[in-house]
Design a protein around this ligand. Structure first.
Ligand SMILES: Cc1cc2nc3c(=O)[nH]c(=O)nc-3n(C[C@H](O)[C@H](O)[C@H](O)COP(=O)(O)OP(=O)(O)OC[C@H]3O[C@@H](n4cnc5c(N)ncnc54)[C@H](O)[C@@H]3O)c2cc1C
Length: 322
């Protein structure tokens, strides 16, 4: 998408200025934090990274974000969030954070082109769904390839789809997708599932769900829409073409939090750990959205976390500076 940013070229003096708040990331969480902080007159500086709008901008239409009865384009929603935050004084810089130092206050945030100091930082660097990295996957994303059943299931009413994965999220989403799809075929590389027993029972007893065991997909076929997948049995080496209208990939998410290793607490998957006020173990450093949320992964939940973090950071600054 085209980036429309209030480009900031800090002078020598400005680059030494201490920002009240820096927001790292411009997905739904970061943009909503920017709106709340801007309305609290903190003039937050948002360092966007590579994707203004975040993961939401990858999808054609978002139909489950309240306030848009006809749905809204994923990229358009990001632009609307940005405009709303800018209206109240949020500033945006198209730059990626490469290093942070939270051991000194004000906190130091380094990007490819600059170095900033800030009294508070909201981390909203999101997460990425793990990809299969096979031919056809990138080209057909949004045209039948999806990483979110809650988001895209509705588009597959009475269609035949495949789900890739064998863990909790693959089965949970697979069962959910049977509300819409005619059939859901779960393709799993092993001959047993990693998912919990209750989910397994639910999946095995669902008449719409079938399994292809010991198999991986090597290619997704189609031009304007998914038409089939090439399946290879990892035990026999046998290859076949399996017709399908959609491919849902649930092979885990990776939070974008490597940057904070050694400085902030995170769980074994890399999700940042925050308290009930969105604060990390360091006062004034908050996390919001998929960088700290292993469970919900929605635009509406991420914007909620972002707003909460900004409200708390505002209170923190008020108390600190009073
Ligand atoms: C294909 C697809 C379709 C989806 N459809 C829907 C849907 O229909 N409805 C729904 O509710 N949800 C949907 N989702 C999920 C939704 O998009 C996410 O839950 C939401 O975007 C998470 O918001 P976030 O702000 O936490 O993180 P992200 O959206 O992941 O944004 C992360 C931000 O951090 C930035 N960043 C990362 N690293 C750095 C760095 N080092 N320096 C600076 N910036 C950095 C990125 O550039 C980006 O701006 C979909 C997801 C995908 C992948």
């Amino acid at each position: 998408m085209e980036l429309k940013l209030n480009k900031i070229m800090p002078s020598e003096n400005e680059s030494k200025k201490v920002e009240k708040m820096i927001i790292i990331g411009a997905g739904p969480a970061g943009l909503s934090a920017a709106l709340y902080a801007a309305r609290a007159e903190l003039a937050p500086l948002v360092l966007t990274g590579m994707s203004l709008g975040g993961q939401a901008s990858l999808t054609h239409t978002i139909e489950n974000y309240p306030g848009f009865p006809e749905g809204v384009g994923g990229a358009e929603l990001g632009e609307l969030f940005q405009k709303q935050a800018e209206r109240f004084g949020a500033r945006f810089e198209f730059d990626t954070v490469t290093e942070v130092d939270f051991s000194v206050s004000p906190y130091i945030v380094k990007t490819y082109s600059s170095e900033y100091k800030a009294e508070t930082v909201i981390i909203s660097t999101g997460a990425n769904p793990n990809h299969l990295e096979i031919p056809g996957e990138v080209d057909l994303t949004g045209k039948g390839v999806s990483y979110c059943g809650t988001c895209d299931g509705w588009f597959f009413k009475d269609k035949d789809i495949v789900v890739i994965g064998g863990g909790d999220s693959a089965l949970e989403e697979g069962v959910f997708l049977t509300r819409f799809a005619k059939t859901v075929t779960i393709i799993h590389r092993r001959d047993e599932l990693r998912a919990g027993k209750i989910l397994q029972t639910r999946a095995f007893s669902n008449p719409k769900i079938r399994f292809i065991w010991d198999s991986i997909i090597e290619k997704i076929n189609g031009t304007t829409a998914v038409e089939s997948v090439r399946v290879r049995n990892v035990k026999t080496g046998e290859e076949s073409t399996f017709p399908t209208d959609g491919v849902f990939v649930f092979i885990g998410h990776t939070p974008n939090t490597d940057l904070f290793k050694g400085q902030l607490a995170m769980d074994e998957s890399g999700y940042l750990i925050v308290d009930d006020k969105m604060q990390t173990k360091i006062p004034g450093i908050y996390a919001a959205g998929e960088a700290m949320d292993p469970n919900f992964k929605q635009v509406v939940t991420s914007t909620g976390w972002g707003a909460s973090a900004a409200i708390q950071a505002t209170k923190y600054l008020e108390e600190k500076n009073s």
